[in-house]
Design a protein around this ligand. Structure first.
Ligand code: CUA
Length: 159
């Protein structure tokens, strides 16, 4: 006598799953950009955040009143900064990362923390984390982004 209930419940789940798929495909915040393979053009960053666009021209660590802002460009196959030079941030203060990509979708995963974000071309991923202790964390790209994906890594040094 519960069959009908189970059938109804599974029907609801199926509709819900379809709904999330449709939302993921057409919902806000995801815009596919073709791979122009070019340099960063922050002015095309979709949300019109001009301060961010300016800072992406000079990626790096910026002091703020309460902590630091870190602007990172993730591209095939490095993090700027992060790969050729570590990102140095202070312990015990909020660190807000702003990460964008000029080419394809990358990932930004900080080993040993819960920082884990997709980096979508033309969009800015933003997240704030306070590192309690001085330490080093590897940055890993966890989205397949091309032949050099497995070499795309960097480092955050908390001082
Ligand atoms: Cu960038 Cu994988």
């Amino acid at each position: 006598r519960f069959e009908r209930l189970w059938f109804a419940a599974s029907l609801v789940l199926i509709v819900a799953f379809l709904g999330t798929i449709v939302y993921g495909a057409v919902g806000p915040g995801v815009a596919m950009v073709d791979d122009s393979g070019g340099t960063v053009e922050p002015s095309v960053i979709a949300n019109g955040d001009y301060e961010a666009a300016d800072n992406f021209r000079e990626p790096g660590v910026y002091d703020t009143e309460s902590g630091v802002d870190v602007y990172v460009v993730a591209r095939q196959y490095l993090f700027q900064p992060g790969t050729t030079e570590p990102i140095r941030v202070p312990a015990g203060e909020p660190v807000t990362f702003h990460v964008t990509s000029p080419d394809v979708t990358h990932g930004f995963n900080l080993a040993g923390t819960n920082v884990n974000s997709m980096v979508i071309p033309g969009q800015v991923a933003e997240f704030t984390v306070t590192f309690e202790e001085t330490d080093e964390h590897g940055i890993v790209c966890h989205e397949y982004c091309g032949s050099g994906h497995h070499t795309m890594e960097g480092k955050v040094v908390v001082v």
